[in-house]
Write a protein that binds this ligand. Structure first.
Ligand SMILES: Cc1cc2nc3c(=O)[nH]c(=O)nc-3n(C[C@H](O)[C@H](O)[C@H](O)COP(=O)(O)OP(=O)(O)OC[C@H]3O[C@@H](n4cnc5c(N)ncnc54)[C@H](O)[C@@H]3O)c2cc1C
Length: 375
């Protein structure tokens, strides 16, 4: 349970208000004994922009942990929490949609080891395969609607006594020395959840962090209530997932080091063709009753399009703590939690738990490094 401000003994500053920063701040707050302040340039309430990835996610939970054991555990912990939150009667249930998802592949990968805990998990028979697939696995999962979910996290943080400050930091030490109005004068620790910002923020400037551009399209297709992905041997990857809003989010762009901030027409056509091939049912039923649909039958269904830059990182998520020298007189623990690539929602609670452990270990005088990601 959260302790009220008067009982809290340590001041923690979390940098970043994406899904990772918000979840981490809540985890720390709920542990008790901490007064938590989030400082960020962008918050969930702001309009969508290219500098804030979390708004652009699907977001479904379909783990792609491969052999990375740490990632598998984070994904599983997060699934268990979100599965409960998506249950009927839970306060945030209305932003989740539970549905059947089928992961199709022709790249020789068998995801059973990291997906077999999903409810109703089974492999599909040959006559259920979509064009381009050689294997498939189906299970129950959920999507969440990011704008609502993120604002719910923020609201939960504030309701439990958290503080927020808006600022763009040039250097991490600016969060340590009390020079920014609203921040504690002498924080006990900093937790950096800055996503792609880790590449630029002074004091971190992690050049292992790079953008993985995505371009998504929301189609008004409330008749489709299931999700599909297709991963091919040539590296192509298409996905479609239904949202509680009645829209179906589709995509298939995953390009490293592409910073282009707005949708491209060629990507739009590529995505629509790819998802129509794995799900012709996206086209309106009346069209399908008459003829084979084309991508021109999907264009009138487009309600939103956008681009997001996934915070990729060579070596996987950075979950690490160190004593940072803000000045010759000031050393302060910094916990890093960034680089979630395309998995920030589905690993959010798991990585927040590790960040909390790192924080407590470091404050207690030890130093823990769980930075053992393999992808
Ligand atoms: C098209 C697309 C689809 C996706 N689908 C899924 C999905 O289905 N499931 C899933 O789990 N994930 C998905 N993702 C990935 C997911 O969106 C990201 O992993 C996640 O949003 C990363 O969150 P974050 O909090 O690390 O970063 P962000 O959301 O970018 O937040 C970073 C925060 O740090 C702040 N910040 C950065 N630098 C500074 C600074 N110098 N000063 C002050 N503040 C700073 C920013 O203002 C912001 O508040 C998808 C991503 C994309 C683009």
């Amino acid at each position: 349970m959260m302790q009220r401000d008067s009982e809290a003994t340590k001041d923690i500053v979390v940098i970043g208000a994406g899904v990772v920063g918000l979840s981490t701040a809540i985890r720390i707050q709920e542990k008790g004994g901490y007064r938590v302040t989030i400082i960020a340039e962008t918050f969930p309430i702001d309009s969508k922009n290219i500098r804030y990835t979390s708004h652009w996610a699907g977001a479904h939970h379909v783990s792609a942990a491969f052999d990375d054991k740490r990632q598998r555990e984070m994904d599983k912990e997060t699934f268990e929490i979100m599965w409960k939150d998506s249950a009927h009667g839970r306060p945030i249930q209305g932003c989740f949609l539970r549905h059947y998802h089928t992961e199709f592949r022709s790249d020789g990968v068998d995801p059973t080891e990291w997906l077999d805990y999903m409810p109703e998990f089974r492999s599909v028979s040959n006559n259920e395969l979509v064009p381009g697939a050689t294997h498939g696995w189906t299970f129950t999962t959920f999507t969440l609607y990011p704008p609502v979910y993120l604002n719910w996290l923020l609201n939960r943080f504030l309701t439990d006594g958290g503080t927020i400050v808006r600022a763009q930091l040039q250097h991490i030490s600016q969060a340590m020395q009390g020079g920014i109005s609203g921040l504690p004068q002498k924080p006990d620790a900093i937790v950096a959840c800055v996503g792609l910002g880790a590449r630029f923020l002074g004091g971190i400037e992690d050049k292992e962090v790079y953008p993985v551009r995505g371009q998504t399209i929301a189609l008004r297709a409330p008749w489709v209530k299931y999700g599909r992905t297709l991963s091919c041997a040539d590296g192509s990857y298409f996905y479609m997932m239904p949202r509680v809003t009645g829209d179906v989010l589709v995509g298939g762009i995953r390009v490293a080091n592409d910073w282009f901030p707005v949708p491209r027409e060629e990507d739009r056509s590529y995505v629509l063709a790819g998802v129509l091939a794995i799900c012709p049912e996206l086209a309106p039923p009346e069209v399908r009753a008459e003829r084979m649909p084309t991508i021109d039958d999907l264009r009138p269904l487009i309600v939103e399009e956008g681009c997001g830059l996934r915070p990729g990182r060579k070596g996987g998520i950075r979950l690490e703590a160190e004593w940072f020298e803000a000045s010759p007189q000031t050393k302060i623990p910094v916990v890093y939690n960034y680089g979630h690539a395309g998995m920030g929602f589905q690993s959010s609670w798991g990585s927040a738990s590790i960040a909390l452990d790192l924080l407590e270990e470091t404050l207690a005088g030890g130093k823990l490094d769980t930075n053992k990601g393999t992808n």
